[in-house]
Design a protein. Structure first.
Length: 256
């Protein structure tokens, strides 16, 4: 009679499962590299949905395809032809990485509250610009990404992918932050927002390190499948604790 090693079979199955995950991640990354393109904003004032403002090179001729979820968007010194020109988002748009460099022309980034910018990769804004964008910023990627903002924003921010987002600067928004899924690492930077919500059942990680988080509301009442690292953080809730605070079963450093 053959003797079956149950533990060996379990280990083999686990190895096969891990190899499948690694293979899927590799193929996903390769497909992004294969089909992604750089899209540069050109021609000054215009709407994201106008292909005449998209070029394959910095300062080049417009007319390239409007960016999609696999394309990298770059705004740079050749994007605007005069000071105070505007890039407007209407409706929902997507890109892989969004990189707004120093334009030296004090442009405006505009969009109504109904607009949505879906970034599947990293977001970097490093310019002195007029921010009148009131729409949502959605992070829905599945890879390791970063966020750098050199000034305050006015957006609701939603993390809904299975990736990881690392702050490379303070995160200050007049809107709300919502962690639906994925991992957010503050890297010890300060966070200021109207509200911060992490309710739900999806797998998610919130690593606050030694950050100070100041909000009007803190909503973490349902914390299943949440990994929370806030033992050294400081969370300041400015709103009425009776209506604006859901602590959940979490271990806090300082909650005030």
């Amino acid at each position: 009679m053959a003797i079956v090693n149950v533990n060996f079979n379990k280990k083999q199955k686990m190895k096969v499962h891990l190899l499948k995950i690694l293979l899927y991640s590799f193929l996903t990354f390769q497909s992004i590299l294969l089909f992604s393109a750089d899209r540069y904003w050109v021609g000054g004032t215009g709407n994201w949905s106008d292909k005449s403002h998209w070029s394959s090179v910095s300062g080049g001729a417009g007319g390239e395809a409007i960016p999609n979820a696999t394309d990298n968007v770059i705004v740079d010194a050749n994007s605007f032809t005069a000071i105070n020109q505007t890039l407007t988002i209407s409706g929902s748009v997507s890109c892989q990485n969004f990189n707004w460099l120093n334009t030296q022309k004090n442009p405006e980034f505009s969009g109504k509250s109904t607009a949505e910018l879906n970034v599947l990769g990293s977001l970097s804004i490093n310019d002195s610009y007029i921010n009148s964008y009131l729409g949502t910023i959605l992070f829905s990627g599945n890879t390791n990404n970063s966020i750098f903002l050199n000034q305050n924003i006015n957006s609701n921010i939603i993390f809904s992918g299975n990736g990881k987002w690392n702050l490379l600067s303070p995160l200050n928004t007049s809107g709300n932050i919502k962690l639906v899924s994925g991992s957010l690492n503050s890297n010890n930077y300060t966070i200021n927002a109207n509200g911060f919500e992490g309710n739900g059942n999806n797998a998610r990680v919130l690593d606050l390190g030694t950050s100070t988080v100041t909000v009007n509301s803190w909503m973490f009442g349902t914390t299943s499948n949440l990994v929370f690292n806030g033992a050294k953080s400081k969370i300041i809730v400015l709103g009425d604790w009776n209506t604006s605070l859901q602590r959940g079963n979490l271990f806090y450093g300082l909650l005030t």
